[in-house]
Design a protein around this ligand. Structure first.
Ligand SMILES: *Cc1c(COP(=O)(O)O)cnc(C)c1O
Length: 411
């Protein structure tokens, strides 16, 4: 957890400016304790059930983070065959990995079957090919779309009627016909209606539809409720009350299992919830620039490293890690990319001097994993604070990395 010790912002006693000095900027830094604590919160909230936590790898795929999460007792949900390979490389067993692809070629699904991971099927055409190819020899999971609207930005909502995700619950009869005629062994049903569910009751409404659908399948071993766990981005944000959700869901789930006649496993796929708050992006204040309207702080990072503000209008808290207890002023923090790349507008923080280290909050999820080399800049280094020590877990890129995949021809 972030704490102020001796007038310095620290993670496990390690001051953030020290990390910036040692590893340079921009650098993503993650607090291992926070990640493990979040896994534990979910375990506690669903204590009475046969629970499996499938960390949504796409939020942050660094191998050391994957290993940490496995140690904490979670498994993995992957959305690309490359993530599956990373998961295996990090030490997950194939049996611990669920593969939830969307719009991939059947050949990629065959590759995943060969690797031994569970396939989560998200459209009828693939379902049919899967059934024709494997019959009942390979069990699978089916991703349903119950058309429940999650909260949050439209770009991260996946449950609406126009969404490309999942098999519409309205197509159940067609789905069942394919399952019956190809003798598919469906052992799981899955829903993930997008990030940032507002409350437990919306979650439960989605669950009821899954329970209803489940009555059509008699070989189920688990129900997977995806994610949507919401974390705070700023003070006063409504967040998922995990204990309340745990209580309400556990009751509903147990009642369902009784009716179904068997105790099933309950699965969740949190991404953001496990890693968002654990991460900070440390940047260097290059320029303080006063215009007639605004005081800008230009930093050595931008939308190439953290695209969420520009892409989703996401709010990331920003603080000055170098100048605590000084006067607070209002700044607009911008990146160094040649395009408007505002990281935070009109933010109050301790006075910024050129050379200060600023930190952006909630940078653990969809930060590094969505970063790019736009403007031909290097992607940041990554550091994990683990057992009171800062460890480099990805070095900063170099010019050689940028050139590595280019093929130069004679012109
Ligand atoms: C992205 C994703 C998640 C994780 O969502 P968060 O909001 O980060 O918790 C879970 N399941 C699936 C299938 C996803 O695509």
């Amino acid at each position: 957890m972030l704490e102020v010790v001796d007038r310095q912002y620290c993670l496990q006693g390690v001051p953030l400016p020290e990390i910036a000095r040692e590893f340079g900027t921009p650098t993503y830094v993650y607090d291992a304790d926070t990640i493990v604590g979040q896994v534990d919160n979910i375990k506690k909230a669903f204590g009475g059930l046969k629970l499996r936590i499938k960390y949504a790898a796409k939020a942050l795929t660094n191998l050391s983070i994957l290993r940490l999460i496995r140690q904490a007792g979670a498994e993995l949900d992957c959305v690309s065959i490359q993530e599956v390979h990373l998961g295996l490389r990090a030490g997950f067993e194939a049996s611990e990995i669920m593969y939830t692809p969307n719009c991939v070629a059947f050949s990629e699904i065959q590759e995943a079957v060969k690797l031994g991971v569970m396939i989560n099927i998200d459209n009828l055409s693939i379902l049919e090919q899967f059934g024709n190819t494997y019959g009942n020899s390979v069990p699978c999971c089916i991703r349903l779309n119950p058309h429940i609207m999650a909260g949050g930005h439209t770009k991260i909502s996946t449950g609406h009627i126009d969404s490309k995700f999942g098999i519409s619950i309205l197509q159940m009869r067609h789905l069942l016909r394919i399952v019956e005629t190809t003798h598919l062994r469906v052992i799981g049903l899955h829903v993930h209606s997008g990030s940032d569910f507002l409350n437990a009751d919306v979650f439960l409404k989605g669950a009821e539809l899954v329970f209803e659908a489940a009555e059509n399948f008699d070989q189920l071993e688990f129900l997977d409720f995806g994610s949507g766990f919401k974390v705070a981005y700023k003070e006063g944000d409504v967040v998922t009350n995990i204990d309340e959700l745990g209580q309400k869901m556990s009751k509903a789930f147990q009642a369902f299992c009784e009716e179904y006649g068997r105790e099933l496993e309950i699965w969740f796929e949190p991404g953001k919830y496990l890693v968002s708050e654990a991460g900070f992006l440390l940047v260097h204040a290059n320029v303080v620039k006063t215009t007639p309207a605004t005081v800008f702080v230009g930093v050595d990072s931008g939308m190439n490293h953290l695209i969420r503000p520009m892409m989703y209008d996401a709010y990331h808290g920003i603080f000055n890690a170098s100048n605590l207890n000084s006067t607070e002023r209002i700044y607009t923090v911008v990146g160094n990319i040649c395009e408007t790349d505002t990281l935070g507008a009109d933010r109050k923080m301790n006075e910024v001097r050129e050379g200060d280290i600023l930190a952006l909050r909630n940078a653990g999820a969809y930060g590094f994993s969505m970063s790019s080399n736009y403007n031909s800049r290097f992607r940041p280094a990554e550091v994990l604070v683990y057992q009171g020590k800062a460890h480099l877990i990805r070095r900063r890129e170099t010019m050689e990395d940028l050139l590595q995949t280019q093929v130069e021809i004679e012109l």
